[in-house]
Design a protein around this ligand. Structure first.
Ligand SMILES: [Zn+2]
Length: 82
């Protein structure tokens, strides 16, 4: 049995799906940053969060989220548009 690939996407109750299937965390982070600047221009903020295509263990998802944060805050810029 072949395991399905792990892919990433961004989803929020208000903002909905980003409409992509990101095969890398880097791509997902790039999409997320764009989403943040779009919403900042509108004077709001996004409720999208990172989602996975597979059910990961708590430890695994923690690792992925840490890596994702690393890509997001590579320049140690605190993003805030609330
Ligand atoms: Zn996206």
């Amino acid at each position: 049995m072949k395991a399905p690939p792990l892919v990433f996407f961004l989803r929020g109750i208000v903002r909905g799906d980003c409409g992509h299937v990101h095969r890398t965390l880097q791509a997902a982070a790039k999409c997320y940053r764009r989403e943040w600047s779009d919403c900042a221009m509108l004077g709001g903020y996004t409720d999208r969060t990172l989602k996975f295509s597979l059910d990961l263990t708590k430890a695994e998802s923690q690792l992925v989220r840490t890596a994702f944060d690393g890509y997001l805050h590579g320049e140690k810029v605190t993003v805030s548009c609330e």
